[in-house]
Design a protein around this ligand. Structure first.
Ligand code: UN1
Length: 516
């Protein structure tokens, strides 16, 4: 461990979270399994090996599934508000571990410490939210068309919920799914990204404390640190009622087809290609902050990252010049050092993709006004640090139509708002979108049926940083799923319609006569 990282107290953080040099990556909350290969987690911050994790093998998989199945039989009988109490306790533990977990997120994934802490805050928020929802799993009561009949609907748990998450939000996305899945009476099996296994081990250690303190059966919350083959088994497994998948559109397309093939349910949270429209009536100061944070926050690796700025021709040069100036002031370096704005990309594969995208963009005609570069030298030894860059492009370029998980920002000029909205919508993805304007007519048009086609549409806010209280997700190639707030809990339950006849006769619906 380098001296620099010692200064940030990583060793203590790992200890507090129960991370050892070698960890067993699969746990049902009681037993640990580790018959698979060993993976090593290197930090993109300094390139150092943080710890090793033994993954689960084929034989572990069935044991985990069986344990989860058994746990479900018990867990579904616990009243929903009591299940909420368990989620409340998880939220309390997360408050206790917030600093450590936030720091581990920052060190293993590379996002800034502030964003790492923000991610843990999202976990705490969703726990609080889910506790409230645990007393509000409401269904409707309808009036029957038949006399002496009562009709209503109720929601029942699904069973096992499989959660497959990406490296960029290595803890929050698990909690969005798990907190809701549990209050709904489901048990969960989490397959985290192989790029951030220690974050998953830490969450599981925290969860295990809650399970133990409440004498709950093992199998309510399992984690499977495993390769994509085991992930595929989970996707194909009939015992898994719902797969919540967060990741690329390419993989999501396969997951969606495979789960549909067996009539399972899925929640898909796939790629975004998010734009901010900056109108002639925008507050330019606010627009610059929103755009820069959206583009370079998490080094451009959020699915909500701002990839495109669609700027009115009358303010185009001003916005462009101020962006160039702002990018000149960005400090790139160790994300645990709070004076830095931008940390590393997740690994050198991501760096290669960043370079490829720049090359491709240039070939298509992109004019770079802030050049990209892979940073070398002191503090950049991991090889994962890149310079955020800006290019003037046409929306039709193939590279602009594609989501590159890196801090590359594209500028596009527009004349009329209708044209800007058409450009904003003219990509295969439909996650997040925003308009910066102080003009009510523009704002409302953007939010109308003729406006943004995305799952998230903001006014005077950037594209990233959604609160957990709203339903999170997007349309088109983003997959159509919704996670976290609002009435998303309904995805985690099956709806049942009940009709009860409390008379001594049996009238048929639709007035059908059938006498014996
Ligand atoms: C993601 O990038 O996968 O809205 C999730 C945001 C965060 C979540 C992003 N609350 O940027």
């Amino acid at each position: 461990m380098s001296k620099k990282v010692k200064d940030f107290g990583i060793e203590k953080t790992l200890k507090n979270l129960g991370i050892k040099d070698e960890n067993k990556g699969t746990s049902t909350g009681g037993k640990y399994f580790a018959s698979g290969k060993t993976i090593e987690s290197y930090s993109p911050v300094d390139g150092n090996l943080i710890a090793k994790v033994k993954t689960s093998g084929e034989s572990d998989y069935d044991k985990v599934l069986e344990t989860a199945q058994n746990a479900f039989k018990e867990f579904r009988l616990i009243p929903a508000p009591k299940r909420g109490e368990i989620v409340r306790q998880l939220g309390q533990k997360l408050r206790q571990y917030k600093n450590d977990l936030g720091k581990l997120v920052s060190y293993e994934m590379g996002k800034s410490l502030q964003e790492g802490l923000g991610e843990v805050q999202e976990m705490i928020d969703i726990c609080d939210f889910a506790v409230g929802v645990s007393r509000q799993l409401h269904g409707y009561t309808m009036h029957s068309e038949r006399p002496g009949h009562r009709m209503y609907e109720q929601y029942h748990p699904l069973g096992i919920v499989g959660i497959i998450t990406a490296f960029n939000f290595p803890v929050a996305v698990w909690s969005w799914n798990t907190a809701l899945a549990w209050i709904c009476g489901n048990v969960t099996i989490w397959k985290p990204s192989e790029k951030t296994p220690l974050c998953a081990v830490a969450c599981q250690n925290i969860m295990n404390e809650v399970l133990k303190e409440n004498n709950l059966p093992e199998g309510i919350s399992s984690v499977l640190v495993a390769d994509h083959e085991i992930g595929q088994k989970l996707v194909d497994d009939k015992r898994v009622a719902l797969i919540s998948f967060t990741g690329s559109t390419r993989v999501g397309r396969m997951v969606s087809a495979n789960v549909a093939q067996r009539f399972g349910k899925s929640i898909l949270e796939l790629g975004g290609n998010n734009a901010i429209i900056i109108s002639q009536d925008a507050d330019i100061n606010m627009s610059i902050i929103g755009a820069v944070f959206g583009a370079v926050g998490t080094a451009g690796q959020r699915c909500t990252s701002t990839r495109r700025l669609i700027i009115h021709e009358s303010v185009y040069d001003e916005v462009k010049n101020r962006l160039v100036k702002a990018y000149g002031q960005l400090k790139i370096g160790n994300p645990l050092d709070e004076s830095n704005h931008v940390g590393p990309l997740i690994d050198t594969d991501a760096v290669n993709m960043y370079q490829e995208a720049i090359k491709k963009g240039k070939k298509e005609g992109a004019k770079f006004i802030v050049e990209g570069e892979v940073l070398k030298g002191k503090g950049y030894e991991s090889g994962c640090y890149v310079k955020p860059c800006i290019a003037e492009v046409k929306n039709s370029y193939e590279i602009v139509q594609h989501e590159t998980f890196a801090p590359i920002l594209y500028l596009i000029k527009y004349k009329t708002l209708e044209e800007a909205i058409a450009i904003q919508n003219d990509v295969p993805q439909g996650l997040s979108s925003a308009i910066m304007t102080q003009n009510l007519r523009e704002a409302e048009l953007f939010l109308s049926h003729a406006g943004s086609d995305c799952g998230i549409a903001n006014v005077n806010i950037g594209t990233s940083g959604a609160e957990i209280g709203g339903a999170f997700g997007g349309e088109k190639e983003t997959g159509g799923g919704r996670e976290s707030g609002s009435d998303v809990w309904k995805y985690y339950m099956r709806r049942q319609t009940n009709t009860i006849n409390y008379t001594a006769s049996l009238p048929l619906a639709q007035g059908i006569k059938f006498d014996l």
